[in-house]
Design a binder for this molecule. Sequence first.
Ligand code: ADP
Ligand code: MG
Length: 204
Amino acid sequence: MIELKKLRKVYRSLRGGRCVALNDIDLKLPDTGLVFIIGKSGSGKSTLLNLLGGLDTITDGDIIADGNSLASFGRQDFEKYRSSYIGFVFQHYYLLEELTVAENVRLAMSIVGKDDEDEVKRLLDKVGLSGFEKRYPRELSGGQQQRVAIARALAKDPKLILGDELTGNLDHKTSVEILTVLKEISKEKLVVVVSHNLDEADMF
Ligand code: ADP
Ligand code: MG
């Protein structure tokens, strides 16, 4: 389970400006399931996800993930947490253009010391991309590229999948398809999706 305790994030600029992005957030997240966090632009969604994903440091309060306190993490703890516990999916898919679909997933798998071609195939099948292994990202639609990004996030077999506006570049029909894939994945993992689109969240 993941628990946010009086979580605060304050950004400080070099010129002395301050921005309170998160102010005393308390939240308990379950072990599995699809959780939507909805908010307007600038409400602190990406900040929250970055803290959950160990990409940025907590100003005050804490995140307890499976008994670990992120506020007390050192650099190595963060690296281990990010590489084994978290899979990120972003609005812009950030696939490596010079690698094929299968190679993109395989590279992510290598981060945890695995090289398992069957597992790559299985993951691509799971996101509905069987037969696309040898294609390059530029040969795919936006929705298909996002499916690769999801398979890549799954490659490390993380407990937590974080999606930042991951349907932001997709039409409604494709968004629903992608969220359906994540709904299926959320039977086994916790999937947290932040979005400004309440309608999509309502459908799931
Ligand atoms: P959202 O993802 O909901 O649009 P963000 O988490 O990106 O919101 O931003 C929340 C607030 O924090 C905004 O007011 C934004 O300007 C500010 N902010 C985000 N990142 C930084 C940063 N690196 N430095 C300073 N302020 C930031
Ligand atoms: Mg954002």
